[in-house]
Write a protein that binds this ligand. Structure first.
Ligand SMILES: Nc1ncnc2c1ncn2[C@@H]1O[C@H](COP(=O)(O)OP(=O)(O)OP(=O)(O)O)[C@@H](O)[C@H]1O
Ligand SMILES: [Mg+2]
Length: 403
């Protein structure tokens, strides 16, 4: 995907065009050109072949929407984004029906525009690959949750394993946890299972594997319904590429309701792939200065690599009893809302030593409750205990206050 995609601005209002150009520039995209509606729009788009088009929609909406329809039918691969002063639902609906990929209400933030463009292009790319048979059709059927963090020892595996166990106990959902820590990952040890095969075997055999064969490559967690895909050895990791791993994860995602990916503390190609492929990225940080600083740097790097960060949710894990910094300070530093707080709980370490997640060994402990609530929210459920209730993924855990 282009790093600085080009946008054609279609608007008859000169002032609105000027403003749109400013926003396009500020968002790091390039301007392919500008023009008015109708035939002019179609011929300019066909001549310039921009990555996306931005269409300004004002009353009367018939003409701009006619332009959207014409562009959509003549150049169906080119995402069309509509912007407008109005937030009226009826307007939005009509624009989408005409073929717009997204609807941006003014004033548009450059960041919002960039995200919208990147996501539209990503979706388009995936659609093409799927058409070519390079992506399994139902790949996105399962939710992929990547647990990432820019550092080692901050609780990624603790959160992945507990979350996986908690999710697998819910509404008969099928869950598989995959060890993508290509350093010295040990998900199998943390869940006390002894795998006969690993992700390495699955990657190697992928072209021959049918749905019913999957159980030969995973090992069942004894106390729950969770399936565990153990990680390759350090040497085996060298023999498989991130792209091969991606295909294996996509295959799993077309066969499980939820795939949880545990990652190492490094932003290498494998982790990039795990972030890119995710439905949600739980980005773990602690309140320690080093962890916040590394998170900031990694987020910056992802931005440079043009990955959409829409799906990233910050999870703050208090791994030590004397984490002094307040969550609000971390939030300010990262310039992002903290989605979830997991309190410090000494029972977590005891659970780690026993080879069992605390959601099993101490379900009433504060950390276990916090992660169980996180699982509930992720699977679309509701939690009580006076927590702030917002639609979708914008829930916040307030459990840190209880520690
Ligand atoms: N909320 C918590 N309260 C107390 N201890 C915790 C908490 N979360 C994690 N820990 C402890 O912190 C240690 C590191 O956790 P974990 O192994 O999950 O980190 P990680 O990020 O996966 O590390 P690595 O990058 O090395 O794989 C473990 O001993 C774990 O028990
Ligand atoms: Mg780990």
């Amino acid at each position: 995907m282009a790093k600085n995609p080009s946008a054609l601005i279609i608007d008859t209002d000169i002032q609105a065009r000027f403003e749109a150009k400013q926003i396009v520039k500020a968002s790091g995209l390039t301007i392919a050109g500008e023009c008015g509606f109708g035939m002019e729009a179609v011929s300019t788009a066909q001549e310039l072949r921009p990555d996306v088009v931005l269409v300004g929609v004002t009353e009367p909406i018939e003409r701009p929407l006619q332009t959207v329809e014409a562009l959509q039918s003549l150049m169906p691969d080119m995402p069309i984004l509509v912007y407008s002063e109005t937030k009226e639902l009826e307007f939005v609906r009509k624009a989408m029906m005409a073929g717009a990929r997204d609807y941006l209400a003014k004033p548009i933030k450059p960041e919002t525009l960039r995200q919208s463009v990147m996501m539209s292009l990503e979706a388009e790319e995936k659609r093409k690959l799927r058409q070519l048979g390079q992506l399994p059709g139902a790949a996105t059927a399962g939710t992929i949750i990547t647990v990432f963090g820019a550092k080692g020892g901050i609780g990624k595996s603790t959160i992945s394993t507990n979350l996986a166990v908690a999710l697998s106990g819910m509404a008969r959902a099928s869950v598989v946890i995959v060890d993508l820590d290509n350093g010295f990952g040990d998900i199998a040890g943390m869940l006390d299972v002894r795998p006969e095969r690993t992700l390495f075997d699955m990657v190697r055999d992928l072209d021959m594997i049918e749905r019913d064969d999957i159980e030969r490559y995973v090992v069942k967690h004894e106390l729950t319904d969770l399936d565990v895909m153990a990680g390759p050895t350090v040497l085996e990791w060298r023999k498989i590429s991130p792209d091969q791993v991606r295909r294996a994860v996509e295959f799993l995602a077309s066969n499980y309701d939820t795939v949880i990916l545990d990652t190492s503390g490094m932003l290498n190609e494998l982790a990039e792939m795990a972030v890119e492929i995710a439905t949600i990225v739980l980005w773990v940080t602690t309140t320690e200065y080093a962890s916040v600083k590394d998170s900031l740097e990694a987020m910056q790097a992802l931005k440079m690599l043009s990955y959409s960060q829409e799906r990233v949710r910050i999870v703050m894990n208090a791994i030590s009893p004397d984490d002094g910094v307040r969550p609000s300070v971390v939030q300010d530093a990262l310039q992002r809302d903290v989605f979830w707080n997991i309190p410090y709980d000494k029972k977590v370490r005891q659970g780690t030593h026993l080879g069992q997640p605390i959601v099993i060994t101490a379900p009433q402990s504060i950390a276990a409750k916090s992660i169980s609530d996180l699982a509930t929210v992720i699977s679309g459920g509701r939690i009580d205990r006076g927590k702030l209730q917002l639609p979708g993924f914008k829930w916040r855990g307030a459990a840190v206050a209880e520690s």
